[in-house]
Design a protein around this ligand. Sequence first.
Ligand SMILES: C[S@@+](CC[C@H](N)C(=O)[O-])C[C@H]1O[C@@H](n2cnc3c(N)ncnc32)[C@H](O)[C@@H]1O
Ligand code: SF4
Length: 262
Amino acid sequence: MSKMINLPSMICFRVTRFCNARCGFCLAPPDGGVHPPVAILKERIDWLFANEVKTIHFCGGEPTIHHQLHELIEYVHLQHGKSKLTTNGIALPDRLVRALYTTKTQVKVSLHGPAAHHNEVVGCDAYDKTVTTIHRLIAAGIFTSVQTTIVSGQLSVVDWAIQFCLDNGIKRISFLPFIPRGNGLGQRSKYELSAAERRTLHDLVKQKRHKLMSRIDIRLLDFNATPIHVVEPDGRLVLEKATEAMDELLYRIPEAQVSIQI
Ligand SMILES: C[S@@+](CC[C@H](N)C(=O)[O-])C[C@H]1O[C@@H](n2cnc3c(N)ncnc32)[C@H](O)[C@@H]1O
Ligand code: SF4
């Protein structure tokens, strides 16, 4: 396969838009589209590798609800690629844990704060399941970090989440300021940080990073500032920016096979 388009070395690969949670701010909610079969997803992975992508970052929707995610992760490694996974941690089958371990896949688990706040944000009683998943991943020897979305009025979550990581031996945490995409667009008045909150968050993260640098890697991933390349479940390759209106459709990954609905 010849190289057709310039891509970054890592790409966000949505295996589905379906999910077992209902986050009020979800930037990639169910869109009425397809849950693609594994053969089509493998073809897309081949195409990405042919275009010099090195790392497939599995995300969604909720990637763990794709029953063959373990097979896709193993496939990436058979093709000499690397994989990452971001998950809400609600359900993680044992076969997936084994695949994550054998392929040295790094996993980010989304945990948005103490139980009441987390459950309110994700729209279901997920906190205990997600924390149990974090413990299972760590016990299995898988590199596990925490990812926390910060919403208006909840900057105290920064301290809470860092302490959670320190208490559980987690060596990396990424904070995501809320962005108004997907469901989040209609929830701006509830979740969007004010300019003052954004500044405070940036300062707080910088200060904590400096103070705790020997114990934990603290990151701020601001998608308001940095566009990301995403492959959607329907095969569109999109450059995602702070809002959907600003997105760029870069390409449609060609495929010969037919997708199935669930
Ligand atoms: C779209 S989710 C997909 C993976 C998985 N379902 C999860 O929640 O971890 C990827 C990350 O984006 C975060 N996120 C979702 N909507 C967001 C928004 N509007 N602003 C900032 N972060 C958001 C989630 O909390 C999660 O950490
Ligand atoms: S942010 Fe993740 S867990 Fe929450 S609804 Fe969206 S896809 Fe599901």
